[in-house]
Design a protein around this ligand. Structure first.
Ligand SMILES: [Zn+2]
Length: 109
């Protein structure tokens, strides 16, 4: 299925970006119970990056089976980055516009 992006205004896109980062930091505050030190440089300064779209494959068939929006969390000192599934975490609503930016996405059979 092709990916399409709805024609949002610049103001709607800016609001979506703000809401995305706010929800991502809320999710981190609720779920990040361990040390918040970077495992590489020990900094405690993190940034939420732009969403990353990855294609997931099942090992049994090695065929791509789904797309996932990942939320990158990057150390502001050394740029070490880890990520979590933004839709599964409730940070974005995929296919409903708003923070999902109207990008419809479906798992492939
Ligand atoms: Zn670091």
């Amino acid at each position: 299925m092709p990916i399409t992006v709805a024609p949002f205004t610049p103001e709607e896109l800016a609001e979506g970006e703000r809401a995305y980062r706010e929800k991502a930091f809320e999710w981190l505050d609720q779920h990040w119970h361990g040390s918040r030190e970077c495992p590489i440089c020990r900094s405690r300064s993190w940034a939420i990056g732009e969403l990353v779209l990855i294609q997931v494959a099942r090992y049994s068939s090695l065929a791509a089976t789904a797309w996932r929006f990942m939320c990158p969390v990057t150390c502001l000192t050394c740029y070490y980055t880890w990520q979590f599934d933004a839709a599964a975490a409730g940070v974005i609503s995929v296919g409903e516009g708003g923070a999902g930016h109207g990008v419809p996405i479906e798992d492939q059979p």
